[in-house]
Design a protein around this ligand. Structure first.
Ligand code: MTE
Ligand code: MO
Length: 352
């Protein structure tokens, strides 16, 4: 793993580790804002409260036995994925310089959030479902547990889970044991780990991290920005990255296999990926895997003939609405460095 920070633990795997459809647990990226809490599952309770007919307090066993088990394959992606490319355009102080691997895919098992909310008797006026975790961030003043929210329509969708297993194994402590939210198609920050409390409410969460994950205008100062100054992030943006060859690899010229992933976000799928061996003068269409479901990345591959000398390889994705990614990090640069969905680029030097 490429460890960006030891405490809090922030790490991404080498890009080539993302070539398989499911990411093994020991290479799944980790994104934390506080030390990883160790939760005693025998004493742990999930509280469901707010705009519900009956407040629930569920033990882990009650949760498992009262609701049907569901499994969803979904890609989790940090809103800061590929921030390093934004930082090359303009510096972003104090933020993790994520490469293209702050994203991973797992087969998640647990219960549908919709089923738990129905058991609590979700009231009609509830508009947002807020989540609170057990980890307390030293970054906030006063220290606050990590949290966030999603609108009721997403929270009660078929795909949103309260998960206790990943790839058929018990959820590891680092990924939120005993229970985490999984919000497929949305930025990773809304998939709250070490879940303790679910609150049905009128407004979005007022947790620090709900508005921290927002796109500020380029001229804003993130240290003084208010909660309403940014566009709060929810659904993921259409996204594409090159996994092979390696960044700055020294390769022989000639036919070269180029592979990567693309992810459309929310309920869209990736429709086409174009790859250029010559900085955008010519493009070829990569072979693109069919979507397993809308929540999961699609891998793509093509063979390009690379010339001797320096080459700028590019890749860009189109989604099922006909939208293409923006060309340049300059277009999408924002002070906290989120949602960099500009074309993927790779500088290569090929020898004869
Ligand atoms: N939940 C809690 N409680 N604390 C956190 O720091 N980080 C969020 C989200 N849920 C976080 C959290 C962010 S920003 C991301 S991208 C994902 O968890 C990362 O999940 P992972 O570490 O399992 O890959
Ligand atoms: Mo994230």
């Amino acid at each position: 793993m490429l460890v960006h920070e030891v405490e809090p633990y922030n790490a991404e795997p080498p890009p080539a580790a993302l070539l398989s459809q499911l990411t093994p647990l020991d290479t799944f990226y980790g994104r934390n804002h506080a030390p990883i809490p160790r939760v005693d599952v025998t004493r742990w309770r999930l509280r469901v409260e707010g705009l519900v007919e009956h407040t629930l307090e569920l033990s882990f066993d009650e949760l498992r036995h009262r609701f049907p088990e569901r499994t969803v394959v979904a890609t989790l992606q940090c809103a800061g994925n590929r921030r390093a490319d934004l930082m090359e355009f303009r510096d972003i102080p104090g933020q993790v310089p994520w490469g293209p691997a702050a994203t991973s895919t797992a087969c998640w098992s647990g219960v549908r959030l919709a089923d738990v909310l129905a058991a609590a008797g979700l009231r009609e006026e509830a508009a947002h479902i807020a989540f609170t975790g057990a980890d307390v961030s030293p970054q906030t003043d006063p220290p606050e547990p990590f949290g966030g929210s999603v609108p009721v329509a997403k929270a009660t969708s078929d795909e949103v889970l309260l998960a206790w297993a990943m790839n058929g194994e018990a959820l590891p402590a680092a990924h939120g044991a005993p229970l985490r939210v999984v919000v497929p198609g949305w930025i990773g920050a809304r998939s709250v780990k070490w879940l303790r409390r679910i609150t049905a409410q009128l407004e979005p969460s007022d947790n620090h991290f709900q508005t921290e994950y927002s796109i500020l205008p380029p001229e804003a100062d993130p240290r003084t920005a208010g909660p309403d100054d940014g566009i709060t992030l929810g659904p993921l943006a259409l996204h594409c990255a090159i996994l092979q060859p390696d960044r700055d690899a020294r390769l022989p010229a000639g036919p070269t296999e180029v592979t990567g992933y693309a992810l459309a976000g929310e309920d869209r799928t990736v429709a086409r990926v174009d790859v250029s061996p010559d900085n955008g003068r010519s493009w070829t269409h990569a072979d693109l895997d069919a979507p397993e479901n809308p929540w999961t990345w699609q891998h793509w591959r093509t063979t390009l003939t690379l010339p001797v000398g320096e080459t700028e390889l590019l890749a860009r994705a189109w989604d099922s609405t006909g939208t293409v990614e923006p060309e340049s990090p300059a277009t999408v640069w924002n002070p906290r460095g989120y949602a960099n969905n500009s074309w993927a680029g790779l500088h290569l030097i090929c020898h004869s």
